[in-house]
Design a protein around this ligand. Structure first.
Ligand SMILES: [Zn+2]
Length: 208
């Protein structure tokens, strides 16, 4: 499964949580988060958000073969995961773009440019917003955050995660690098995205 496509249904997702015990497994994390925001339970909502972000970034790490420092017992920091995944995704998109140019596939270049723009925008917004989550998770009397403060972070998180996925309804898979060390393609599960990462022979030196 290392270099193949990741089946979202086979991966652990989080719902039901306590601050002490951590997340409990189930498929309706985003809906649960919305419920917590509606009742104004900001600490648990922030915790849920962090867990969802970490779970999806872990999935993206696998799909993209991103480089993240190994941590024992999966104790990854969301900022570290975010940096590893987004750095890798940007690199791979640029690699796919450069390859498409050598094949003169202008429509693919345009698709990649559009995705890059959405992704970079989402990444910048989330990087600005993410600071709000961590002090909110832990009790902090000087850090008074309401549901409405958290909603933009939730939106930024979803936008960033969506920018890693196929937009076709029913697919929704995180784009995955396939081909092992050779990194042949970036593709989704439905086939809507299937961008080669390999430059046309003889063009490799010309287009970097
Ligand atoms: Zn797809």
């Amino acid at each position: 499964m290392r270099s193949g496509l990741i089946d979202k249904r086979n991966l652990t997702e989080f719902q039901g949580w306590t601050l002490e015990e951590g997340a409990i497994v189930a498929p309706d994390g985003w809906e649960k988060l919305e419920e917590l925001l509606k009742v104004g339970d900001v600490p648990h909502a922030a915790f849920a958000l962090r867990r969802l972000l970490e779970a999806e970034l872990a999935e993206a790490c696998l799909a993209l073969a991103a480089h993240v420092r190994y941590r024992e017992q999966g104790r990854y920091d969301s900022g570290e995961l975010l940096e590893g995944v987004t750095a890798r995704f940007g690199d791979i998109l640029r690699k796919a773009r450069a390859a498409a140019e050598t094949w003169s596939r202008q429509s693919i270049v345009q698709q990649i440019d559009a995705r890059l723009a959405v992704f970079q925008d989402a990444r910048a917004v989330l990087n600005q917003q993410l600071w709000i989550v961590n002090p909110t998770v832990h009790y902090n009397p000087g850090h008074d955050v309401h549901s409405n403060d958290l909603r933009p972070v939730v939106e930024a998180t979803r936008n960033l995660l969506n920018s890693l996925r196929c937009a076709k309804p029913g697919c929704d898979s995180i784009l995955a690098v396939v081909g092992g060390n050779d990194e042949q393609m970036l593709k989704c599960k439905c086939g809507e995205v299937g961008w080669t990462l390999e430059k046309r022979k003889g063009q490799a030196a010309a287009a970097s």
